[in-house]
Ligand binder design. Structure first.
Ligand code: ACO
Length: 325
């Protein structure tokens, strides 16, 4: 019998501190940085984001999302035999957030590791977990995206600091004799490192280079739409489906204009595109599992729906997953 992997539970967690655009604009104004709700909504679709308290780490958000996903799947932490966390804002240089999450869940022994593919991290992590389940290395995986991007924002740069938020989303991916994940398509191209990066690194007890995010927004925008279109088409081909077979597109929530442009190129009706960027901002690797969980819990996405998840992120990295929910 063919062995597939299938999502059996979703969960998410947002830190309680929510800032509307007006709240953020007021905080920035106090530092002499000018922005407005109108500018942010028009250029990005973002209306609010959540920021974690200074003593809260990616692992803390990840654990809450993981517990919610396990509850939804009807599993206990002790049932889990693989943990993959997609993050670019780990608690520390090492060990991985996944190992910290494992310990906070009160379990040990199963493989646990992080995936670093920035905003495409969850697509990479889900693809890896699917492969490990299909080859028999795991049968009940926790796949998590968790970020505290507020830690790496330059609040003197209004072109980037208004875009991002903190949060976590998780899925339980289980072995199944029915699909599940139908196809996956992954890519990377390191020549674009410079247009979206946090260049700083730790050396000899110091941080060398800037530890804050820098981005050429227009260059990112241009690359992103083409990459998302091509990976979506490649994943559809691999799944032997067309865009008409997709019930819901769950894109990385970077910017409403990128999502709309991609949907238009794919000839997908905008009503089929899940949008949470308005409430969460860009939560990088957490954005897709967060959007997925919100849509599942609201009843928008139902069992049996065919979904297309897709993302592009720093690196550049880009990819898509097609699945039967
Ligand atoms: N508030 C008010 N004004 C602003 C702000 C702000 N927050 N930010 C920039 N401006 C001003 C600029 O100073 C500029 O003013 P000027 O014309 O007087 O010089 C004007 O707005 C236009 O600036 P641009 O940078 O040209 O604005 P643009 O229309 O390109 O929008 C944005 C910027 C939203 C970043 C856009 O380029 C974009 O969406 N890029 C995609 C990047 C993205 O989504 N990245 C997410 C991370 S990557 C990922 O997840 C895939």
């Amino acid at each position: 019998m063919t062995r597939y992997s299938r999502i059996t539970g979703t969960g998410s967690y947002l830190p309680p501190r929510r800032l509307t655009n007006a709240d953020l604009a007021a905080e920035l104004a106090a530092k002499g940085v000018e922005t407005s709700d109108e500018w942010i909504v028009e250029r990005t679709g973002i209306r609010a984001r959540h920021f974690a308290a200074p003593d809260v780490f990616s692992s803390d958000l990840a654990v809450e999302a993981a517990k919610n996903a396990l509850d939804a799947a009807g599993l206990l932490p002790s049932d889990v035999d693989l943990i993959i966390v997609a993050t670019s804002t780990p608690d520390m240089v090492f060990p991985s957030v996944a190992c910290i999450v494992q310990n906070k869940l009160g379990i040990g022994g199963c493989p646990a590791f992080d995936v670093q593919a920035v905003c495409c991290g969850f697509i990479y992590a889900l693809t890896l977990a699917d492969a490990m389940i299909k080859t028999g290395s795991a049968s009940k995986a926790l796949v998590i995206g968790a970020e505290v991007f507020s830690r790496i924002l330059d609040f003197s740069d209004r072109t980037t600091c208004v875009l991002f938020g903190d949060g976590a989303g998780a899925v339980v991916l289980e072995a199944s004799d029915t699909p599940g994940i139908l196809a996956s398509d992954l890519h990377a191209d390191g020549k674009n490192v410079g247009i979206l990066c946090v260049p700083g690194h730790v050396s000899g007890g110091q941080v060398l280079g800037s530890p804050l995010l820098k981005m050429d927004g227009q260059a990112v925008f241009k690359l992103a739409v083409g990459m998302l279109e091509s990976t979506a088409r490649a994943a559809l081909d691999k799944a032997k489906l067309t865009e008409a077979d997709i019930d819901w597109m769950v894109p990385h929530q970077a910017n409403i204009r990128i999502m709309r442009s991609t949907a238009r190129k794919l000839k997908m009706p905008l009503e089929k595109v899940v949008v949470t960027v308005d409430q969460h901002g860009n939560t990088s690797a957490a954005s897709i599992p967060l959007a997925l969980d919100v849509s599942v819990r609201s009843g928008t996405i139902k069992k049996g729906d065919t979904l297309m998840l897709e993302a592009v992120g720093g690196g550049f990295t880009w990819g898509a997953v097609i699945l039967k929910y």
